[in-house]
Ligand binder design. Structure first.
Ligand SMILES: [Zn+2]
Length: 308
């Protein structure tokens, strides 16, 4: 009853048992409809991929990766990603779930923690410094799923080159070994430098590069949004990601030259891509040793399970 009342915008104390009515997951009118529509869009994308009517789909309203069973968490009430992966897996597909949101994709990782038909790979800011406080490199799955949950926690200040190094060293060989039939990609844009909720130092060029790598596997891709709390940067990142995903980057781009004029921003040069950011020697020294240690741990504990 508490959930039904909450969907009407009325709060009852029992709702808190499901994580509803907290600061992160407040009760609001049409809360259920909003979440169900976001899930429906991701499921529609999954259906289109299964029927062969699309090989790329993007749901910017999706990516609600924190929600658990009967448990709202971190702005997420219903987990569209877990549902989409489930539908694809139940159709017999090997599903790669890749999550580059700055927060750990915990709801999806735990939904498939003991399964080997859905591999979850999450790159996120270290749980030592960011919500949800889980997602360490030694959380690698259990039972049949051992080695199929891959977490790459990243130090504060992680920048493009360091991030891509970790992606190439850890994600690429694992994806190749797993041989997915379909890729589900959670593209939260809160890892971008300047995001008010997090502390990474990425540009959207990293997301574009990752999408190009994903396209090279020649598998259908269901992409969603996720977090992203610097709105201007997030919108531009998703527009760039979509254009790269469908091979249309640079076409009909009327935004060149508009940065300083339209948005009073001297950071944006126009176009969809971010300017490269300068990284200091001090920042490299702060990031690289911790990242190397994480990569070594994953190579030692996860790679052998996949014959690597
Ligand atoms: Zn996030």
């Amino acid at each position: 009853m508490a959930a039904a009342e909450a969907a009407e915008g009325k709060f009852q104390a029992q709702a808190l048992d499901m994580g509803i009515g907290t600061v992160d997951c407040p009760v609001f009118k049409d809360m259920y409809d909003y979440s169900a529509l976001a899930c429906g869009a991701s499921l529609t994308g999954a259906d289109m991929i299964l029927s062969g009517s699309a090989d790329a789909a993007f749901n910017p309203s999706g990516g609600l990766h924190h929600a658990g069973p009967e448990r709202a968490s971190g702005f997420c009430y219903l987990n569209d990603m877990a549902l989409a992966c489930l539908v694809l897996a139940e159709a017999g597909k090997r599903v790669l779930y890749l999550d580059v949101d700055v927060h750990y994709g915990d709801g999806v990782a735990y939904a498939f923690y003991d399964r080997s038909d859905v591999m979850t790979i999450s790159f996120h800011q270290s749980p030592r410094t960011l919500f949800p406080g889980t997602g360490f490199e030694d959380e690698i799955g259990a039972g049949d799923g051992r080695g199929y949950c891959v977490n790459v926690p990243l130090p504060v200040g992680t920048y493009d080159q360091a991030y891509m190094k970790a992606f190439k060293v850890i994600a690429k060989p694992l994806i190749k070994a797993f041989e997915p039939d379909v890729i589900v990609f959670e593209l939260g844009a809160d890892g971008l430098a300047g995001d008010p909720l997090a502390n990474l130092y990425l540009t959207n060029n990293t997301y574009a590069e990752i999408i190009k790598i994903l396209l090279s596997y020649n598998r259908p891709i269901l992409m969603t949004g996720g977090g992203g709390y610097n709105i201007e940067n997030t919108v531009r990142a998703w527009a760039l990601a979509w254009s790269v995903l469908v091979g249309a980057e640079g076409e009909h781009d009327s935004s060149y030259g508009l940065g300083g004029v339209m948005l009073e921003s001297t950071e944006w040069q126009g176009g969809l891509r971010d300017r490269e950011l300068v990284v200091s020697g001090q920042q490299r020294d702060a990031v690289l040793p911790a990242l190397e240690a994480t990569m070594e741990s994953l190579k030692a504990n996860v790679f052998p399970i996949h014959g690597l």
